[in-house]
Design a protein around this ligand. Structure first.
Ligand code: NA7
Length: 538
């Protein structure tokens, strides 16, 4: 039975980067009555839940923050190039406090479902505490990598040791000292965690399903002169990242990787490698994502680095990625990842050469017919990306439509921010927007600004509903798929392609537009300027 009924202009789900900014914008800019529901006990979203060893952002901190609080951009001092999870969480706590956001956030509260009422044109939102509240607008700020992918491995219930998923790590931390630890997975998370765990554990066994192409993060203190220069030019920085391809200050080399000599190419590769971070991935030759031959020369450079770093040639071969193009899976940034496999206490069990995981036993993990005894298992097995968190909201649109049914063959959205049949629902960094293929705060800000303007314009025009038309949505889905089919992205069994989870329909999840984040922003602005072309307003 309902314990409270209250009307809001907008309900926002999630209090991470997106939810905090959305609340600030709707409440303080438009003066709306907003309620945010957050499952965690405090703000942070991704940065609240992901507390595994080594968790840090992979984008440079000076652009991994809100650009709308100009004073805070000047005041806040990041301790290093890629701050660790506690520092990012501290930043978000600080933002919440500074803008008095917590008073409109209900913590420890999960949304269990919501229906759109076609008579009142309101959403009714239900929470696990039995609340039912109505709101004109429903905004999903649920993140893209927030629904845990926990593999259904036989025998897990029999394991006598402890096990954890990286995205639900105990807040008290885990002591790996003198323990035999298994890590399942070698994605971006595992690449951060493995070197840290290896330093503590008595023995670490890494279970690899697919080898990854890792490039050095090159974390460290940022030169104070660079920090000063960036602060002096934050307007310029903000403009550049908004207009850029990936929401980063990275730009492709406007040449083919094949039109230069090997010497010139290696000089460029060395430069990017030494710069660290996403430079090798996002500021490489412009045909790297399109031409297999161009991609091969980039991939070959990384393979040479792996062979040089890993002392045992047999282990090095296992760590060499095979069968998919470089850059088509999320780029992991590493700090001593490959070096870790030179340690005596680290063992690599590769699914292809040593055998895949067969079952979890009482004592550990059996793979390729061999049992590896373990005290702790860490599952770094990722997420049901992008569509997972939205499907979990259990939404019912017009005529009881559900996302499960509408998206049975992959996501269908208009601009990644709305779904036909779900009026007044907005999805921040939703599927088929640049989202996970960009520096997230940049894409979040763009969606929040666009949604805020949209609601403001609707109110001025006396409109109560906005809804994508099925035709506009079909066109957008076709456009997203057409563009990606011209790239090498479909060559990988990545989570971008929905291929990390058995049974998930294979579909490209984000949007890789021809002009990236900047072009997508322009497109969204044009849609608004044309009176919300492709939407029906009533
Ligand atoms: P990812 O990138 O999805 O990596 C998950 C890893 O776990 C990856 O190596 C997977 O192998 C492996 N995996 C997944 N399921 C299984 C099963 N059933 N058995 C064995 N191995 C498995 O997730 P991350 O958390 O590392 O990164 C997600 C994002 O978080 C990242 O992009 C950043 O944005 C932050 P696969 O490659 O699928 O064969």
């Amino acid at each position: 039975m309902a314990i409270a009924t209250q009307d809001f202009d907008a309900v926002v789900i999630g209090a991470g980067f997106s939810g905090l900014h959305m609340l600030k914008s709707l409440r303080d800019k438009l003066g709306l009555k907003v309620r945010v529901y957050e499952a965690g006990e405090t703000v942070g979203g991704t940065w609240y839940w992901n507390r595994y060893p080594g968790a840090r952002c992979d984008s440079d901190a000076y652009i991994y923050c809100f650009t709308w609080d100009k004073q805070l951009l000047q005041e806040w001092e990041w301790s290093e190039r890629y701050p660790e999870q506690p520092e990012i969480l501290r930043y978000l706590e600080h933002v919440a406090k500074r803008h008095d956001l917590k008073r409109d956030i209900q913590f420890n509260t999960s949304m269990t479902g919501a229906e759109f009422d076609e008579r009142t044109n309101l959403w009714t939102v239900h929470t696990h505490k039995g609340e039912d509240v109505t709101a004109r607008y429903l905004i999903a700020a649920v993140g893209t990598l927030s629904t845990t992918n926990m593999p259904q491995l036989k025998g897990l219930e029999n394991f006598r040791g402890k096990w954890y998923h990286t995205s639900r790590f105990p807040h008290t931390g885990v002591d790996f000292t003198n323990k035999r630890v298994g890590v399942v997975g070698t994605g971006a998370t595992a690449v951060q965690a493995i070197p840290e765990i290896a330093q503590q554990a008595k023995q670490l066994v890494v279970f690899q399903r697919t080898a990854n192409y890792c490039v050095p993060a090159r974390n460290g203190k940022v030169d104070p002169e660079i920090v000063k220069a960036r602060k002096a030019d934050y307007d310029g920085v903000a403009k550049r990242i908004r207009e850029s391809f990936f929401g980063q200050e990275h730009y492709f080399i406007p040449k083919s990787a094949l039109e230069v000599t090997r010497e010139e190419r290696d000089r460029e590769f060395d430069r990017m490698w030494d710069a660290g971070g996403f430079a090798f991935w996002l500021a490489n030759y412009q045909d790297m994502f399109f031409s297999k031959e161009a991609n091969d020369v980039c991939a070959d450079y990384i393979k040479r680095k792996i062979r040089k770093t890993v002392k045992d040639p047999v282990i090095a071969e296992k760590l060499i990625p095979k069968g998919y193009a470089y850059g088509t899976k999320r780029q992991p940034l590493d700090t001593n990842y490959y070096e870790t496999f030179n340690k005596d206490n680290v063992l690599l069990v590769d699914a292809k050469t040593d055998g895949a995981i067969e079952e979890i036993t009482e004592k550990g993990i059996r793979a390729g017919g061999k049992e590896y005894p373990l005290d702790i298992i860490v599952f770094a097995t990722g997420f049901d990306a992008m569509t997972g968190p939205l499907k979990a909201l259990n939404l019912k649109g017009r005529n009881g439509r559900t996302l499960d049914r509408e998206w049975s063959d992959g996501p269908h959205t208009y601009l990644g921010v709305s779904v036909a049949g779900f009026p007044n629902l907005f999805t921040i960094t939703g599927p088929q927007s640049p989202s996970v293929l960009s520096n997230m705060p940049v894409s979040i800000e763009q969606h929040v600004e666009w949604i805020t303007d949209c609601i403001e314009n609707m109110r001025k025009a006396g409109k109560t509903t906005i809804e994508a038309t099925p035709a506009a949505q079909d066109q957008w889905v076709a456009h997203v798929n057409e563009i990606v089919s011209a790239t090498l992205m479909p060559s990988a069994n990545s989570w971008y392609m929905s291929a990390n989870i058995a049974g998930k329909p294979r579909a490209f999840l984000p949007y890789l537009g021809p002009e990236g984040v900047g072009g997508y922003r322009k497109k969204c602005d044009e849609v608004a300027a044309k009176g919300y072309e492709g939407f029906e307003l009533a």
